[in-house]
Design a protein around this ligand. Structure first.
Ligand SMILES: N[C@@H](CCC(=O)N[C@@H](CS)C(=O)NCC(=O)O)C(=O)O
Length: 215
């Protein structure tokens, strides 16, 4: 009995891969690219009718989708809360707030980027749609960066790395990407750097982003 993660290099499965590795959970990885033609999409739809990754098959064969839900679920799973604030911790509200913010307000704009025709059938509109999706992501980064202004802790929630750090660090590699992120999100950048130095994250990032982070 094991977990099976459906995903693709550099996609949203990256954070789930990291969470599984951090918890020392065995899993199989099924490469499935929803953007790789009809066959790729059909493969993803066999587990997620929405046609998106990540999708995680649990040992009891239940399917979990939605990256934030999967991370929160995994963070709570072993009752040790090594990578998530405990339910009664003061940081728990902040953890849940920003996990869901990144999922619902930031990640959701990738649905436009990955398929603008879903939002307007006329290809002439797509350039504008794609541009606006990036602008919206920039706006979301500014909001979360401002919220963490003045925080002096190494990680977003304090002394301990959490799956929120992993989630934010993964998304910092997506459009508008690293250069823009480092310049405009000074209050998040330190936590991202600290997170990416963790040996488990370094391995996962090397596989997913071809990124060699110095220890
Ligand atoms: N709300 C979903 C979004 C997942 C998502 O958009 N995944 C992208 C890959 S990073 C995808 O599958 N895109 C294909 C598509 O939207 O058709 C989640 O948080 O897991």
């Amino acid at each position: 009995m094991s977990y099976t993660l459906y995903g693709q290099q550099g996609f949203g499965s990256t954070c789930v891969e990291a969470a599984l590795e951090l918890h020392g959970i065995d899993y199989d990885f099924e490469e499935a690219d929803p953007l790789d033609g009809a066959a790729g999409l059909a493969r993803v739809k066999s587990v997620n009718p929405l046609g998106q990754v990540p999708a995680l098959i649990l040992p009891n064969d239940d399917v979990m989708t939605e990256s934030a839900a999967i991370l929160i679920w995994l963070g709570d799973l072993d009752g040790q809360y090594r990578w998530a604030p405990r339910p009664d911790a003061p940081e728990r509200a902040e953890y849940l707030r920003w996990m869901i913010f990144m999922s619902s307000s930031f990640y959701s704009t990738l649905t436009i980027t990955d398929g603008p025709a879903r939002f307007h059938p006329d290809p002439a509109t797509h350039k504008t749609l794609l541009h606006q999706a990036v602008e919206r992501r920039k706006q979301m980064w500014r909001i979360i960066d401002t919220a963490f202004k003045g925080a002096t802790r190494p990680y977003l929630l304090g002394e301990t790395m959490s799956l929120l750090d992993v989630y934010v660090a993964m998304m910092s590699h997506w459009s508008p990407c690293g250069g823009w992120f480092l310049e405009h999100c000074p209050n998040l950048a330190g936590a991202v750097r600290a997170t990416e130095k963790h040996p488990v994250i370094r391995d996962v990032w090397r596989r997913n982003f071809d990124l060699e982070v110095q220890a």
